[in-house]
Design a protein around this ligand. Structure first.
Ligand code: SF4
Length: 467
């Protein structure tokens, strides 16, 4: 059964449920990762390879950026010099060889994503060499089944380089736009014009990219209802297949670059709620399907089809298609999800290089999921991706009685049911069309780590807010 697709955004309820909460790109979340022996990552791959030679998904992290965008909370290295990237690529190649050797059956790589930082900080020859290293060590698909994507910083690329990327095999690209208003761009130190982005998107389509996506951020300094409305107009005119509209989280204590943002330039929470409401209304009116959290897609896009077919998944980039593939992260700070293990590579260049100098896999944090973690991961994933939990199916797979096992979580959801965000039926939990805008609030009662801290309905400051 499918979820209802359209509903008015419920601002009153959004205000009520605007708690801090995990984005559930993983469960348990990265906050629960602890010290970790890379041998556990290797063992997880061996178990996975022995049980089923399924296709895999690769993520490659390129941490460099030429200049800081003041809103940014990514793991990155700011450098205007090119030499550090050459050194990094050398180490990345070593990691690719070590990790590739763990997949002797050469399972096909169906999904590949280059993220950052700024992947297009690398020159086309550097990207081609990196791609070649992946081809030598993994079995990259080269047919229409492949989903190979790259994050594009429009300030760092031209039409020729886009054609080059398509020639390597990339067929999806996401463009970092954030906001087209010059005053907002100045306030966040990221200038790029509408014309520049429009030209590049057109060039990407002509080069054969099948799906383009645009990233926006609401809640940025100097942003107003009218300025963001103009940005949305321009983005809708570009007609990207997917749009992500992220909420800006101002945490200057944690992200140094954000200290450049003046508090008085930021929209207040009521303004931010209006910006969110505006975004949702404008994109739905323009024919986009609401996928969940901050993602929208045109009805024909694979993400919208995956929502219909129940094959949507959460991963570290947000929503993705082809649920269930093992995900292997390559590069500094990247996270892998293989079977019942999450592992994260060293988060600084010196630590990443040091592990590889010793011939070791660079994973140094992670967690192996317990039976209870696996059960809760499935339930939270079902809420975040499909908006429905079938009690009997989950009970049978995990050998529990769902209703008694989760009696406390179901009791906590009573208030959300009264507010019309979720329906608690005898045989299933179903998120309503309004509840889909507040998926985190529905998922949080099933999070054992929040429950342990008594934080299911309270403020959890390590996580961002819903709005
Ligand atoms: S937003 Fe992207 S380009 Fe800007 S600093 Fe962050 S990672 Fe780099």
């Amino acid at each position: 059964m499918k979820m209802e697709k359209y509903s008015a955004f419920p601002p009153g309820l959004a205000r009520k449920y605007d708690v801090h909460g995990p984005r559930y790109t993983s469960y348990p979340t990265a906050l629960q990762f602890g010290d970790f022996d890379a041998g556990q990552h290797r063992a997880a791959i061996e178990r996975s390879v022995a049980s089923a030679a399924t296709p895999i998904s690769l993520y490659v992290h390129v941490p460099f950026c030429a200049s800081p965008c003041f809103y940014c909370g990514c793991t990155k290295v700011i450098s205007s010099r090119r030499q550090p990237a050459a050194v990094y690529l050398d180490y990345l190649r070593r990691e690719i060889e070590l990790q590739g050797a763990l997949f002797p059956g050469m399972q096909p790589v169906e999904q590949l994503h280059f993220g950052g930082g700024t992947p297009t900080y690398l020159t086309l020859p550097q990207l081609a060499a990196l791609f070649e290293a992946l081809r030598r060590n993994f079995s990259l698909r080269n047919d229409a089944q492949r989903e190979f994507s790259i994050e594009i910083d429009p300030r760092t690329i031209d039409a020729g380089a886009l054609r080059g990327l398509a020639g390597l095999g990339f067929n999806r690209a996401s463009f970092g736009i954030q906001d087209f208003d010059p005053a907002v761009q100045d306030a966040v130190n990221r200038r790029q014009s509408y014309g520049q982005v429009a030209e590049l998107m057109e060039a990407a389509r002509a080069a054969g990219f099948e799906s383009l996506s645009a990233d926006l951020i609401y809640g940025l300094p100097k942003q107003s209802y009218h300025s963001f409305d103009r940005t949305l107009d321009q983005v809708i005119r570009l007609r990207p297949d997917r749009i992500s509209a992220y909420s800006y989280a101002h945490v200057p204590g944690r992200f140094k670059a954000q200290r450049q943002i003046r508090l008085e330039d930021l929209p207040n929470s009521a303004d931010k709620l209006e910006l969110l409401q505006l975004t949702i209304t404008r994109l739905l009116d323009a024919g986009y399907v609401y996928i969940g959290m901050d993602h929208f897609a045109l009805p024909g896009d694979e993400l919208a089809r995956a929502l219909d077919q129940g094959s949507l998944q959460r991963n570290f980039q947000g929503y993705s298609t082809r649920g269930g593939l093992d995900l292997l992260g390559l590069g500094m700070s990247s996270i892998s999800r293989v079977g019942d293990v999450y592992s994260q590579n060293a988060r600084t260049l010196p630590a990443y290089y040091s592990a590889l100098d010793q011939g070791r896999l660079p994973a140094d944090r992670g967690v192996r999921l317990s039976a209870d973690d696996l059960l809760r991961r499935e339930v939270i994933g079902a809420i975040m991706c499909g908006g429905r939990v079938d009690y009997a199916a989950v009970s049978a797979r995990h050998k529990v009685d769902f209703r008694s096992h989760f009696a406390d979580a179901l009791a906590d959801l009573g208030g959300l049911a009264q507010d019309g965000l979720v329906e608690l039926r005898n045989e299933e939990l179903r998120v309503t069309a309004s509840g889909r805008y507040l998926l985190r609030a529905v998922a949080m009662p099933f999070d054992a780590y929040l429950r342990r801290k008594g934080e299911t309905a309270a403020v959890v400051p390590q996580y961002s807010r819903v709005i």
